[in-house]
Structures are given as C-alpha cells and as structure tokens.
Design a protein around this ligand. Structure first.
Ligand SMILES: Cc1cc2nc3c(=O)[nH]c(=O)nc-3n(C[C@H](O)[C@H](O)[C@H](O)COP(=O)(O)OP(=O)(O)OC[C@H]3O[C@@H](n4cnc5c(N)ncnc54)[C@H](O)[C@@H]3O)c2cc1C
Length: 487
C-alpha cells in the first residue's frame, strides 16, 4: 500500500478545515485534507460572519466574492406586545478602524462551497468520503489511516473534525462538557407575513425570550425557538413562532432546514500537542449559537495558526512560535463560551422577567466578542491589537489598508514623510504611507499611526511598533526580535 507524504494533514473539511487548507494553499504549503462527507453542506448551521471575520476574508482575498452573497445586519431589536421596545446598533456604529460595521448574514454552506471550489481549482481538492480511522506516531511524524485504505504521513496534524473530534480523542485531550439543558429548534424557510420585515435580529419578549428571528441571505429567514424537551415537531415550534409574532400572522411557504440543538459548552484543555498537533474550530470549543460566534471563532483559529506554520515550514522560524497558537486562542475560546453562555441563559432566566431586554444588554456589554473587534492578544497597548483599517490613496485612486495586507507575509507599515531604506527578509513586505499627496505613493489623512512604524502580523494583529525616525538597525531589530523572541 502506498504511503503519501505531506507537511500538514488536515482532518475534516468543515468551514474551519477548509479555511486552514485555503490559507495553507495561499502560503504555498505542502498539505492534504480529507473529510468523511461526500460534499460541503447544502443548507443550515452557522448563519453570520462578524466584522472581524470580514476583515480577515479581505486579507485572504475572499471578501469580494463572499460579501455580495450575504445580507448586512447591524441591529438587535426587542419586540413585545405588538411593538418594538428597542432597536439598537450603537455597538456596531461605534466601531473604529473598520469599514463593514455589521454582521454579514450568510449561511455556512456558501462559505464551505466557495472554499471547496477554490481548493478544487488549485488542484488541492479535499479527499472526500475518506474518514480518518487511525493515527499512529512513527518517527516523530503522524501516520494516518483513511477508511479508503490510504495512508498519509505528515509532520503536522490539524484536527478540524468538529465537536466529536477523532483527533482530540485519539490524543486524549480532556474536553469536559457542560449541558445547561436548553434546547432550540432552528428553522430556515421562506415565509409570508404581515410583520414589518426588517434586516434586524429580533428577540421576542414573552414570558421568556424563546423566539428569535434572524434575517438571512436571499429569500430565506431563520427562527430559533426554545423548546421544553428534545421531542418536538415543526408544528410545535411553529405554535411558538406564531405566538411571538402576534398580532401579526406568519406562514411558512417552504422549509429549507429544520433542526434542533441542545446547548453544550466546552473548551479543550489543550489546543496544541508538542507543537505538532493542533485543534481548531468545534474540535476544541463548543457553545451555544447565541451571539453567532462558533464559525467566527473557528475562522479566527485558522487565521492564527496557518501563518505560524508558514513561518516555521518555509522561513525557518523556530517551532516555539507554534505554542503561541494555544496561548492566544484558548483565552478567546473561553471568553466566547462565557459570552454565549450568558446570552443563552438570559433567554430562560430573568430576575425582572425582562428576558429580551437583558439579552440585548448582554450583547452591548460583550459586543467586543460578538463583533470580533474586541479580540486582542496580550493585555494592553498597540501590541496584540488588531490593525485599524482606513483609507489610503495613490494617484487619486482610493483603497484601504486591509486590501494592501498579504496573508503570506508580515507587513511593515511606515507612516512618515521621511523615506526609509531597508533590506527586509522575504517574509516582510514594506508599505510606506505618507501624510500628504506624493505621486505614485500611498498617502493618508488618517493620524492613527502617524510617525510610527507598525509591524503587522499576517493575520493583521500588530506585532510591534517603533518611532518612524528609528534607525535601520532598530527597525531590523523589531523584526528580528519578534521572531527571535520565540526561539
Ligand atoms: C446540527 C448543528 C447545528 C448548528 N447550528 C448552528 C447555528 O444555527 N448557528 C451557528 O452559528 N452555528 C451553528 N452550528 C455550529 C457551527 O456549524 C460550527 O461552529 C461550525 O460548523 C464549526 O466548524 P468546524 O469546521 O470546526 O466543524 P464542522 O463544521 O463540524 O466540520 C467538521 C468536519 O469534519 C468531518 N469529520 C469529522 N470526523 C472526521 C473523521 N474522523 N475523518 C474525516 N472527517 C471527519 C465532518 O464530516 C465535517 O465535515 C451548528 C452545528 C451543528 C452540528
């Protein structure tokens, strides 16, 4: 039997595995990906990309294709007794340094299909109907046996195989699950209603806030309905939807997807073993869908991990950089579980009986996670903060910082009127942005990073900064330090 060799083997081609594969391909890495399913999903599951994911898609050159397919939504509203009690979007409007201040309502299937197609076109198709059955450690590498008999030997292994992860279980990573006994029905359908249809997330305030209406792409709408037990039918869910919308009427002309989920919460004890095996997405964090963070957090994992593998495999950075994956992503996952946990419990329990109002207040308080924009690495200061996006101009043509970033490289942004001459390693691109209009050069009126040099990681978090008048040697030191520090 032939053994195929590769640097990275990705187990599972849900959205997170597909994104890992897409980014690995962008970086020119040697990888393989397999999934037990026949194809990407057609309907259902996650429904929204947050503002930070939209920025990440832009760096990965996916934004222009995906954005037009979705529906922007930045308002959370409360409906009670026949009228809107409140309609809020302040936490989106107040976001600084970003251009798409909203969720993009777009089903998981669109993201999976787009990525799957791109992998097909690039000649790195997902190996389908290939379940991982066994993983052995051989000579410090991983020998994977697939259900079709293929053997694959790889130096690195990424487990993006969902909440029941084979990889996680194979390597005995503890994953203690909390079950708060909250069950939801989810319906995607084509509806007819005399309710004032708006692109807003509406929570309906009854005795509990047991119905939420989520706008979706195209002609469909989604309803989440809290149920008393696992044993229910569509009709049972519909009774609750109808009651919530009263006195307005609603009928479902078509049901596209009807499913249920029992809320489960957990964060894996480890996201990384020996800097060689990594868990990402649902394989290392699960939680309630409230706040729409599951897919977004998984995509964040993929963007955090793959550039680090790229630096190690292609640019000889020491493997220690890989341990920052868990250091950075595990705290994010833990606070996501906290946020969604607080939200889902608010739908059931409220001291004053004001469930929907409490719910929207939690969204406001925890908006940093829900928009994705509050996520940072490290405690304070510019280091570890997301790079702000703003407009830059070249020869009267307007563009934005994020469209200049390149996921395969660090970017050294020089915000200064003084030229900087410097020889950089191949994994760093330099972009000089002047404070005034200079022919054939980028310039901006934005003062956010005025007179500073900002070294930006491939995933668009700030690695380090220095005054713009720093010597060539001190600029080189920033770059060397950021990578040497990890040796
Ligand atoms: C039933 C359900 C309903 C959901 N509803 C919502 C929702 O309404 N809103 C929301 O925001 N989120 C929802 N989610 C969560 C969201 O879908 C996940 O957060 C997201 O899919 C995580 O992506 P992932 O790639 O990490 O894992 P997954 O999407 O689970 O992908 C894992 C992949 O690994 C493959 N796989 C598993 N084991 C193996 C193996 N041994 N060998 C090969 N392949 C393997 C699977 O076939 C699958 O393709 C739902 C999830 C589920 C399961």
């Amino acid at each position: 039997m032939k053994t195929h060799e590769t640097d990275i083997f990705i187990v599972g081609a849900g959205p997170v595995g597909l994104m890992c594969a897409y980014l690995a391909n962008l970086c020119g890495l040697n990888f393989k990906i397999a999934d037990k399913s026949k194809s990407p999903i057609d309907v259902g599951r996650a429904d929204a990309l947050n503002a930070r994911s939209l920025q990440l898609l832009e760096i990965a050159r996916l934004f222009n294709e995906l954005y037009p397919m979705g529906k922007p939504c930045n308002t959370s509203s409360i409906w009670s007794k026949g009228a809107f009690l409140s309609r809020q979007s302040a936490w989106w409007d107040e976001l600084e340094g970003c251009f798409h201040k909203h969720f993009l309502m777009l089903g998981q299937s669109f993201i999976e299909k787009a990525l799957d197609e791109k992998l097909n076109k690039s000649g790195h198709s997902v190996q389908r109907e290939a379940e991982v059955k066994d993983i052995e450690i051989v000579d410090d590498q991983y020998l994977v046996t697939l259900s079709n008999g293929d053997l694959i030997k790889s130096k690195y292994l990424i487990g993006t195989d969902g909440s029941r992860s084979f990889v996680r279980q194979r390597f005995q990573v503890p994953f203690q699950i909390t079950r708060p006994k909250i069950i939801w029905a989810v319906v995607d359908g084509v509806i007819e209603t005399d309710f004032p249809k708006v692109p807003e997330i509406i929570v309906f305030q009854n005795e509990t806030s047991d119905v939420a209406w989520i706008p979706r792409e195209g002609k469909i709408d989604r309803f989440y309905v809290q149920m008393e037990s696992k044993d229910f039918s569509f009709k049972d869910a519909l009774v609750k939807i109808k009651k919530a919308l009263e006195p307005r009427e609603i009928i479902f002309k078509e049901i596209i997807w009807f499913s249920q989920f029992s809320v489960k919460e957990s964060v894996a004890e480890k996201f990384c073993i020996n800097n060689q095996i990594f868990l990402a997405g649902d394989s290392c964090h699960i939680h309630s869908v409230n706040g729409g963070q599951g897919l977004n957090t998984g995509l964040g994992d993929a963007f955090n991990l793959i550039w680090k593998l790229n630096m190690v495999i292609k640019h000889n950075v020491t493997k220690n950089i890989l341990s920052t994956y868990e250091e950075e992503r595990k705290p994010v996952a833990m606070s996501v579980v906290e946020t969604s946990g607080e939200l889902v419990r608010a739908t059931k329990f409220s001291k004053e009986g004001t469930h929907a109002k409490d719910y929207v207040e939690i969204i406001q308080r925890r908006s940093g996670h829900i928009t994705g924009m509050g996520i940072r690495y490290g405690d304070a200061g510019l280091r570890g903060q997301r790079l702000f996006d703003f407009e830059v101009i070249k020869n009267q043509s307007k563009t934005r910082i994020y469209s200049l970033l390149d996921y395969t490289k660090f970017t050294l942004l020089v915000f200064s009127e003084v030229d900087v001459e410097i020889q950089l390693p191949e994994f760093v691109q330099m972009i000089h942005i002047y404070p005034n209009d200079i022919k054939n050069c980028y310039w901006t009126t934005n003062k956010q990073y005025n007179n500073q040099i900002v070294l930006v990681r491939p995933d668009s978090y700030i690695e380090d900064t220095a005054p713009a008048f720093s010597s060539e040697q001190s600029i080189k030191n920033i770059i060397r330090c950021c990578l040497d520090a990890r040796k």
